[in-house]
Design a protein around this ligand. Structure first.
Ligand code: ZN
Length: 89
């Protein structure tokens, strides 16, 4: 009985902290170790991947994201380009 409680507790803890230990990059959508990330910030109270905004070092270097604001601007521009391409051709 005691072992069962411990197992349930361990699984719950792992589930809750999994996005903290293995965040997902917001740009390349890859799951990597925490140390591979340059930015990791919780944006809402959700405990899943949706609650965090993370950027891996590789994407930061490749696309020159020096801050999360820069990343947001980049995404906004990218969305606008996609929209223009989709509806103007
Ligand atoms: Zn990435």
């Amino acid at each position: 009985m005691m072992i069962r409680i411990i197992v349930v507790f361990a699984v719950t803890t792992l589930f809750v902290f999994f996005p903290e230990i293995f965040p997902r990059c917001e740009y390349c959508r890859k799951i990597k170790l925490r140390k591979c990330f340059q930015f990791h910030k919780s944006v809402s109270l959700k405990l899943t991947y949706k609650g965090n905004l993370s950027l891996c070092k590789k994407c930061c270097k490749k696309y020159n994201f020096t801050s999360l604001d820069k990343f947001r601007k980049h995404m906004r521009v990218e969305k606008r380009i996609e929209y223009t391409v989709r509806y103007n051709l």
